[in-house]
Write a new protein. Structure first.
Length: 275
């Protein structure tokens, strides 16, 4: 977020590693965890919603094909925007608060919940849903590629419950799925971050998505749409490796115990497909 929204004329950070170093040096290690309350509150619900919607949509479509995997994933991505957008708004605002300060001189928000409450009081529902359209444009195809890539990877690697290397294979498949999903729509993530950060200093720069794209490109060129990509990919692999592997192993375990005889795992479909 810091790399995506920093002023190009007076950049604070020269790259991922420099940003990491600067935050620790200027704000202590706790600076790396600014805004953590928002993901902690929202990610549980987001993951439950995403995997639930994806699995049920895939069953409703009736046939396991690459296209249906993409459609089911896209449906899940679209629906979870309702939680994702306000969560990321609070996270972004908290992460930008007190940039470069060891002790905050002016603290607008006490925590993520306080941030959302104050935004709501000032701007209403529209305020806490700032960036909803850009979030929807990012998440819908992104989750389609997310689940499609995971399905392709697990089939290619032959992930079976009895395989002694199933955990490393699931971790690798999940990590690669995260990378592909972020690469597919990353430029829109930059725009979303800029829109949600807009107005933090009291000055509003953008009137909407197209205006943000036009001004960002005019001022910084095409490279602006790749800002922060390195740090995003470094985060994406371990996070999604852990997420997918945990969900899949849990569903495999439940199935082996016959606790859910009618439930097919969402991410991994054991029947052979057109792939």
């Amino acid at each position: 977020v810091r790399l995506q929204v920093q002023n190009v004329e007076k950049p604070l950070y020269h790259g991922t590693f420099h940003c990491f170093q600067s935050i620790i040096k200027q704000e202590s290690a706790f600076g790396l965890y600014k805004g953590i309350g928002s993901p902690m509150m929202g990610l549980t619900f987001i993951n439950a919603l995403v995997f639930g919607v994806q699995g049920n949509t895939l069953r409703a479509l009736g046939k396991d094909t690459p296209l249906n995997q993409f459609i089911a994933g896209s449906a899940a991505g679209a629906i979870q925007c309702v939680i994702c957008c306000p969560m990321e708004l609070a996270k972004t605002r908290m992460q930008l608060q007190g940039t470069g300060e060891y002790k905050l001189k002016t603290k607008n928000y006490k925590n993520s919940l306080d941030c959302l409450i104050k935004i709501y009081q000032k701007e209403g529902l529209r305020g806490i849903n700032r960036g909803m359209v850009s979030t929807f444009i990012r998440e819908t195809p992104s989750f389609g590629f997310y689940f499609l890539t995971y399905d392709c990877m697990t089939r290619y690697l032959g992930c079976e419950a009895e395989d002694s290397y199933v955990i490393p294979k699931l971790l690798f498949s999940g990590g690669m799925s995260g990378i592909v999903s972020w690469l597919s729509t990353y430029p829109m993530d930059v725009i979303k971050s800029r829109l949600q950060a807009d107005g933090v200093g009291g000055v509003t720069q953008y009137s909407g998505i197209l205006d943000c794209i036009r001004k960002s490109y005019h001022e910084e060129g095409w490279r602006v749409f790749t800002r922060g990509l390195t740090s995003t990919l470094l985060r994406a692999f371990p996070v999604n490796a852990a997420t997918f592997a945990t969900v899949t192993v849990f569903l495999m375990y439940m199935k082996s115990e016959d606790n859910l005889p009618e439930c097919e795992p969402g991410p991994v479909i054991p029947q052979p497909s057109s792939l």
